[in-house]
Ligand binder design. Structure first.
Ligand code: SAM
Length: 450
């Protein structure tokens, strides 16, 4: 079996899910199953069985009795054990009025029945035009509303270093690019986190190039201080690290790790990443997940040489790998890189990918990415209307953010921009923000948005 199949395909044909009451109980249980060689996988808890940010253990019906015994004997605290087939069913009746092709109707029926879409179905949807394009977006919007509701999730990224040891062909902060380099020290990062805490942000994303100046200890120290003082959720996005580091990060309370697959096609992946191996990237996804950290992945749409089949494979990777947060954005050419003169990914294609990802992966976080907001002034609003539910603020200090130019003409999505996109998409801001403080800061936000 190839490494990819070994990592993605478990021997689970008649799936059941076990939902534990906490992450520690879930990891405790998973550890026992692994030791007993019982096939299992970690997946985002499906709609109806738990919150969007929780993780369930998937296993095969043949092991049901053994697992019940293990749960009882080890006093594992669970919410329940459920057959996967009982998962939430969507009502897409209104889509049938759209006068669609038989193939499209068959796909809608599959979605309603909870049957997995095939690669061929996804390629068909990626070709949707005019009326069928509108129906695709509408379907994703219905699924989004049922899964995660109307409130957006707002996260904030501090891009704390643009040093990078790698030379990815598309990336503006690649090692060989002549760009002015910076690093933020712990104190400066914490100062920024303090500002985010005051406005009520619940999850901070710490992102950088692959910069080993930030040793395990340095990262752990920052994580520890954020957890102690602010109790905020933490997403790390610092590239591939050692498996022991993922475990330490998890122990210290790192909640999510954003490491995109970029493309799930091995050949294309290795063409755009001269320093990376596809199988290694997949392995890192697995290691992060097994350390008990939720994985953020996703990729770029419109990469030079990418086909519709490749994109369908990218979407299926997210589903089959049980990814919690899936960021798809257009490829955008960056000055000074080998791909400087390549064409940007297309808006409509990126929106179709967001929509299909919502339909296929369902109960997950889907960002309306900074890249789509950079491609088109209405890109973020349109992505929110096509199934996305998350916005990431750029919270790097203003004097540094211009140097974190992973692609040219980046939209520095700030709170005003996020409020505007949310309003234009007819959605609501998160409940948890500190609106009195935000209004005092001079932001224009009407009560109907809150
Ligand atoms: N170094 C870490 C890593 O590789 O995961 C995190 C930072 S990396 C610069 C963040 C993301 O930027 C990548 O995952 C990639 O998807 C995106 N990115 C970089 N260059 C891009 C480009 N030219 N167009 C679109 N997205 C790009």
């Amino acid at each position: 079996m190839s490494i990819i199949n070994k990592f993605i395909k478990n021997n689970i044909n008649d799936p059941y899910i076990l939902v534990c009451t906490s992450k520690s109980q879930m990891l405790f249980c998973k550890d026992i199953l692994d030791k007993k060689d019982i096939d299992n996988d970690l997946i985002p808890t499906p709609k109806g069985f738990g919150g969007v940010c929780t993780t369930a253990i998937k296993f095969d019906k043949r092991d049901l009795q053994d697992i019940k015994n293990i749960v009882r004997y080890n006093k594992i605290k669970t919410e329940g054990i459920y057959p996967f087939s009982k998962k939430y069913k969507y009502n897409l009746k209104e889509i049938y009025n759209d006068n669609l092709s038989q193939k499209f109707i068959d796909i809608i029926k599959k979605i309603e029945a909870g049957v997995d879409l095939s690669k061929e179905d996804i390629v068909y949807l990626l070709k949707a035009k005019d009326k069928e394009y509108n129906s695709l977006i509408k379907t994703a919007d219905i699924v989004r509303k049922e899964c995660v509701g109307d409130r957006i999730e707002l996260r904030a990224a501090i891009e704390f270093s643009n040093y990078c040891k790698k030379d990815c062909n598309y990336c503006g902060v690649r090692k060989s690019n002549t760009t002015s380099r910076y690093r933020m020290e712990e104190k400066a990062i914490l100062k920024k986190v303090d500002e985010l805490y005051k406005i009520g942000i619940k999850t901070v994303i710490l992102q950088s190039g692959e910069d080993l100046y930030y040793t395990t200890e340095k990262i752990l120290s920052i994580v520890r201080k954020i957890k102690e003082k602010y109790r905020m959720g933490i997403t790390l996005s610092i590239g591939e690290r050692d498996h022991k580091e993922y475990k330490l990060f998890s122990k210290e309370g790192v909640d999510n790790y954003l490491l995109k697959i970029e493309t799930a096609n091995k050949e294309l992946f290795e063409r755009i990443h001269p320093d990376d191996k596809y199988d290694e990237r997949v392995k890192h996804h697995r290691l992060i997940k097994e350390a008990g950290i939720r994985v953020g992945s996703g990729g770029m749409i419109g990469l030079p040489g990418q086909t519709l089949e490749n994109i369908a494979q990218d979407i299926l990777f997210q589903r089959d790998f049980g990814i919690h947060m899936i960021g798809f954005g257009p490829f955008l050419p960056a000055k000074g890189t080998p791909y400087e003169r390549e064409k940007s990914g297309e808006l409509e294609m990126t929106l179709k990918v967001v929509a299909i990802t919502r339909i296929v992966c369902q109960h997950v976080f889907l960002p309306a990415t900074t890249a789509i907001a950079s491609l088109h002034p209405e890109g973020q609003t349109l992505a929110l209307k096509a199934g996305a539910n998350t916005i990431m603020l750029i919270s790097t200090p203003p004097n540094l953010r211009e140097n974190y130019e992973i692609y040219s003409n980046k939209n520095m999505v700030d709170l005003s921009f996020a409020i505007e996109s949310t309003r234009d998409a007819g959605r609501k801001m998160p409940k948890y923000l500190n609106y009195d403080y935000i209004k005092d800061m001079g932001y224009d936000i009407e009560d109907s948005l809150i």
